[in-house]
Design a protein around this ligand. Structure first.
Ligand code: NAD
Ligand code: MG
Length: 401
């Protein structure tokens, strides 16, 4: 495989020509807030041109008043009025509803989208941004899990860069800079193992959401925290890597590394392994994606080798954490299966958060949904949407949502 850096030119040009305008989709989330931290710390380099949120009106208003974007979108249309009342007079356009995300994504008022909406909801606005020729900083891994072939083909056609924000993929991306002509043997995605590392089913059966939400190394949104506790997050990341770096599934490996210091690795054909390291802090991959190909100096705490002497590595326990095994099956089989798995996963995570099903039941429902929804080997975009809807409906019916 060869990773194609040839489409990264437009990002580089925008970075050189002054302030880069960021369309921040999902500004009130964990990635969104940290993206605003990076913008706040580098006002000469970045500005927020678009802010979007689903329902957190208070925070969205506060962010809009501070960053003065051109456009604000609140997707929960019932919350339009308070947002409009608070910021309309400031010359900011306020839009509401799901379709407004795509409308905003199509506007020629920003240079790069930071795709930090969680879940399937991020797919359509990201596709719209790519169609309009915008570079993408991609946090939303579900976009590639659902329709990776369509997304990457469109990006290639539109000569758009998709720069990963997910820390593992940012690590791989950083390891590949300067290696355009060198063959990659495999990539090694590191995984912390989540809060239940080393636990067995007899423990997991009683796990509750409060416990699952406590990640040892990262502070993240609820959905990805649950995904990390089931190892589904690593499965989604394997599929994300397959599309981002144009890999065969057999070239993608996972290793448990509980310290989260090595963010991932690339092994080349000469058996040389490159790793990208650092203390776990999402602001680093966020600012790397925004400033690529440049690096920005910062005051983040530094890793101290003298103090942290132990880095450990173990294979994942996919017999216990069967979500990872399901994701590997989906990655290998391809077609609409990753999309179906992702939809069922979004439903069961929602159900688990509402205490509607147990921790281990999540895997059962995902598996049954993957078995039930008809397989399509080469889906169109519409067939992906249909597969997503059918999988949601079926998995929700299994847990009486
Ligand atoms: P989060 O739950 O903290 O924030 C999600 C954002 O999306 C919020 O701004 C919310 O308003 C918006 N949103 C939610 N549902 C929506 C909908 N239906 N329509 C429109 N907007 C909606 O999530 P997060 O942890 O910031 O994660 C965002 C994405 O980044 C996820 O795909 C996640 O997998 C990925 N990611 C996150 C981290 C992390 O450290 N948080 C790390 C790597 C990748
Ligand atoms: Mg990650």
């Amino acid at each position: 495989m060869e990773f194609d850096f040839s489409h990264t030119g437009s990002t580089a040009t925008a970075a050189r020509s002054g302030c880069k305008r960021i369309g921040l989709f999902g500004s009130t989330g964990s990635i969104g807030k940290q993206t605003l931290d990076v913008i706040r710390a580098n006002p000469d380099m970045f500005a927020a041109a678009i802010l979007t949120a689903h329902s957190n009106v208070e925070l969205l208003i506060e962010q809009a008043l501070e960053f003065k974007p051109k456009v604000v979108v609140i997707t929960d249309a019932s919350k339009y009025q308070p947002v409009n009342d608070a910021i309309d007079q400031k010359g900011i356009i306020v839009m509401a509803g799901e379709a407004a995300l795509e409308e905003a994504a199509a506007m020629d008022i920003y240079d790069m989208m930071m795709a930090s909406i969680v879940g399937f909801a991020g797919l359509k606005p990201t596709l719209q941004a790519i169609s309009t020729g915008k570079d993408i900083g991609l946090a939303n891994k579900e976009t590639l899990v659902v329709a990776g072939d369509v997304v990457m083909q469109l990006a290639q056609q539109k000569k758009v860069s998709i720069i990963p924000v997910d820390s593992e993929h940012s690590a791989i991306f950083q390891c590949l800079v300067g290696e355009e002509h060198n063959e990659v043997e495999k990539i090694i995605l590191t995984a912390s193992g989540g809060p239940f590392l080393g636990r067995k089913p007899n423990f997991l059966v009683n796990v509750k959401r409060e416990h699952a939400l406590q990640h040892p190394n990262w502070s993240m949104g609820a959905k990805i925290s649950i995904d990390s506790s089931t190892l589904m997050n690593k499965g989604l990341e394997m599929i994300e890597a397959k599309w981002l770096f144009n890999l065969h599934p057999s070239q993608i490996e996972v290793v448990i590394h509980p310290q989260s210091i090595i963010h991932s690795m690339v092994q080349f054909k000469d058996n040389s392994i490159k790793a990208q390291m650092g203390l776990p802090d999402m602001k680093l991959p966020i600012q790397y994606a925004m400033a690529y190909p440049n690096r920005i100096s910062n005051e983040f705490p530094r890793f101290n080798f003298a103090k942290s002497s132990t880095l450990t590595f173990d294979p994942p326990d996919i017999k216990t954490f069967r979500n990872l095994a399901l994701a590997i099956t989906a990655m290998n089989k391809g077609g609409n299966l990753p999309c179906v798995m992702n939809a069922a996963n979004e439903i069961v995570v929602y159900g688990f958060m509402k205490n509607r099903l147990g921790f281990l039941d999540m895997t059962e429902v995902i598996e049954q949904t993957m078995d039930k929804i008809p397989f399509i080997e080469h889906p169109t975009l519409n067939e992906y949407f249909e597969s997503d809807a059918n999988a949601r409906e079926y998995s929700a019916s299994l847990i009486n949502l």
